[in-house]
Design a binder for this molecule. Structure first.
Ligand code: PGA
Length: 251
């Protein structure tokens, strides 16, 4: 059985005070949510404080990106995975479509970052997903497949134990246009078949594949109802403790 993961991606929102406030408001609301792993991803500057304030709770803290290496060095503006771990995080999101679109993230850099994050002891949420034009031209599967091949290149079956895939169709992110449960299931099933091809059926069967893109309290249950949907990566609806907790407690 795969334990679901519900992760909140706060993107570039919330000053420190508000980040702590939201995290502390969330804590009691999900304290009994043992059916899934709960993760929140605040901005870098709030990671340490939020992680400290959540210590001993069942909420895990993730960064939204990391550097390609753990070695300290002349890399102005970068944050090494080992530093993210040092700040109290257990997870990192890598390859979000906003980073691919606006900050030059490539499958190759996703792969390097993922390897560095794994060696720092972090679990990695690797994001994949096609754009609207890629879907409309019938290339959704081949795009996602090459993101998986590139992003996970060289990873072993045991590395995969700390990898979570987030399928986030770009056209569904922040648009209010969720993939239908059928569209999500179709792509999640495809992703699992690709993983079975690259790493074997057993590894593929135990991987968690999250859906992301306009997940809300009122559509989470129908998404989670699908065999290959093992959780969600939530943007907008994770910013408020009440709505995020309703997503966590979708059952
Ligand atoms: P959204 O964002 O839920 O606001 O669509 C999802 C994401 O970007 O991870």
């Amino acid at each position: 059985m795969r334990k679901p993961v519900i992760a909140g991606n706060w993107k570039m929102y919330k000053l420190l005070g508000e980040a702590v406030e939201t995290a502390l408001a969330l804590k009691p609301l999900v304290a009994n949510s043992t059916h899934c792993d709960v993760v929140i991803a605040p901005v870098f500057t709030a990671l340490k404080t939020v992680a400290d304030r959540l210590e001993g709770s069942n909420i895990k803290v993730a960064a939204q990106d990391c550097a390609v290496q753990n070695e300290f060095g002349a890399q102005t503006g970068e944050v090494a995975p080992v530093m993210i771990r040092d700040a109290g995080c257990s997870h990192v999101i890598i390859g979000h479509s906003e980073r691919r679109q606006f900050f030059g993230e490539t499958n190759e850099s996703v792969n390097k970052k993922t390897k560095a994050a794994l060696s720092a002891g972090l679990a990695v949420i690797v994001c994949v997903g096609e754009s609207l034009s890629e879907r409309e031209s019938g290339n959704a599967e081949s795009v996602v497949k090459s993101q998986l091949f590139g992003g996970l290149a060289g990873l072993t079956v045991s590395d995969l134990e700390r990898i979570i895939i987030a399928y986030e169709p770009v056209w569904a992110i922040g648009t209010g246009k969720t993939a239908t449960p059928e569209q999500a299931q179709e792509m999640h099933g495809f992703i699992r078949r690709v993983l079975a091809e690259t790493h074997g059926a057993e590894a593929a069967d135990s991987m968690r594949i999250l859906y992301g893109g306009s997940v809300k309290p009122d559509n989470i249950a129908s998404l989670m109802n699908n065999e290959d949907v093992d959780g969600a990566l939530v943007g907008g609806a994770s910013l408020e403790a009440g709505s995020f907790s309703r997503i966590v407690n979708y059952k």
